[in-house]
Design a protein around this ligand. Structure first.
Ligand SMILES: *[C@@H]1O[C@H](CO)[C@@H](O)[C@H](O)[C@H]1NC(C)=O
Ligand SMILES: *[C@@H]1O[C@H](CO)[C@@H](O)[C@H](O)[C@H]1NC(C)=O
Length: 412
């Protein structure tokens, strides 16, 4: 399960009146970890239980709430990655093919599990509806860059996403004869930062108008330590130990781990026998019984850890003032027992100092392009996609009129 997934909420909200704005600037949205659908097709040599299917046609692997809750072991075995440590290669599990629906469109991240009625698993739906109400056209001026959120750029699947994103930005800019604004959320901000840092300044000048990162975990997040140690069920009625191995297998759950350079000497995990900081990954992964984590950590360590200035105009938005795990205390029962959680500041998922790293880009001399920060009080990580104040600020940055958001009594 993704660490920062957008779990089903109850967002029965729709934007209000439609008014076409002439000449809206094109936008590409890059969603966060687990914030878009992923499909699978099975032809497996074996399964973890006789209750699991070996064969299937294409179906929605993420998110199928029913499968996740009812067939957790089957689901976890289908979505996990395999790590060949000797060759440092990550792949899907044997006999599992995966694909991301509607690259270029927004449908796969507007809602995650369309089987849940009333759009209750809505992720970007409200944002997209508000943008369409303000004059955008899906698939034309408003594009989406969903991706397989398990893989990071060092894997072929992750590298292909980066290449496809470049093509999408170029095509969208060319088709509308205007530069593209990138809007990203959560891990999508790491994808976008890596992407921008990988392009030449000339390319960015030609194709990118600005970047609006929402709730970017620029230095990673402490919650990843608990995920690797004892699993993270995101509050769902699932035993975290059943999904721990699956969660440990995602390349992105290492990319999202606290970056030593920025987390410094902060104690993230304590046991009766020692404390672990982000500088202690080798000991940490040995001690939690997952030594392959050491190599997986090194695989992604250099992607965005410098938090280098993106070289485009940036308006960085995040929320603070929400209790956010920053320290996990394990007892004598070891890492198979869930820890006591000590909270600090942040957006409930990402720690304050990680969200705030984008402030560096606004310091004099950090980059020749403009950089601003817009903070929101008590807006949680996932609410950055749905909060009216955030959406109003976002639309304003996009040069769009806000028509308000009215609650639909019943969305069919
Ligand atoms: C966007 O394009 C995709 C792929 O061509 C298509 O499946 C989808 O229906 C389109 N969405 C809209 C709103 O036109
Ligand atoms: C862990 O650090 C705390 C202070 O942050 C200290 O009181 C405690 O003794 C340390 N525990 C161990 C086992 O070293």
């Amino acid at each position: 399960m993704p660490a920062m997934s957008r779990l089903p909420g109850l967002a029965l909200l729709l934007a209000g009146a439609v008014s076409a704005g002439p000449g809206v600037g094109p936008v590409v949205i890059i969603p966060g970890d687990g914030s878009n659908q992923l499909e699978a097709r099975l032809n497996k040599p074996s399964t973890v239980s006789s209750l699991c299917s070996k064969k299937s046609d294409w179906y929605r692997l993420w998110l199928s709430t029913t499968q996740l809750l009812v067939g957790t072991r089957c689901w976890a075995d289908n979505i996990r990655l395999l790590y060949d440590e000797e060759h440092d290669v990550l792949t899907n599990n044997l006999g599992v093919e995966t694909r991301v629906p509607d690259f270029g469109g927004t449908s796969s991240f507007e809602e995650l599990d369309p089987a849940i009625p009333a759009h209750a698993s809505a992720a970007f739906r409200k944002m997209v509806v508000a943008m369409v109400a303000a004059g955008h056209t899906r698939n034309v001026t408003l594009r989406g860059a969903p991706y397989d959120f398990r893989y990071a750029p060092p894997s072929p699947v992750g590298a292909k996403f980066q290449a496809d994103l470049k093509t999408l930005v170029e095509q969208t800019a060319t088709a509308s004869e205007r530069r593209v604004t990138l809007v990203s959320h959560s891990m999508g901000c790491l994808q976008a930062l890596y992407f921008l840092n990988s392009q030449t300044q000339a390319w960015k000048d030609q194709f990118v108008e600005k970047w609006v990162p929402l709730a970017g975990p620029f230095a990673g997040s402490a919650v990843e330590m608990k995920l690797h140690a004892s699993g993270n069920n995101m509050g769902l009625p699932v035993d975290p130990l059943i999904i721990r191995e699956e969660q440990r297998s995602y390349e992105t759950n290492f990319w999202l781990a606290p970056v030593p350079r920025w987390f410094g000497g902060r104690v993230l995990v304590s046991t009766p026998s020692r404390n672990y900081t982000a500088g202690d990954y080798d000991a940490f992964f040995d001690d939690v019984g997952f030594p392959a984590g050491k190599k997986l950590m090194r695989r992604v360590a250099g992607l965005t850890s410098e938090v280098a200035a993106p070289g485009v105009d940036v308006v960085c938005m995040y929320g603070l003032g929400v209790d956010t795990p920053d320290h996990f205390v394990y007892g004598p029962g070891g890492f198979d027992k869930q820890p006591q959680v000590v909270n600090g500041d942040g957006d409930g998922t990402v720690n304050d100092h990680s969200l705030r790293l984008c402030e560096r880009w606004a310091e004099p001399g950090a980059q020749s392009r403009s950089a601003r920060v817009v903070k929101f009080s008590k807006v949680s990580h996932s609410d950055m996609l749905t909060d009216d104040a955030v959406l109003q600020a976002l639309l304003s940055e996009l040069g769009l009129a806000w028509h308000g958001a009215e609650e639909a009594s019943l969305v069919v």
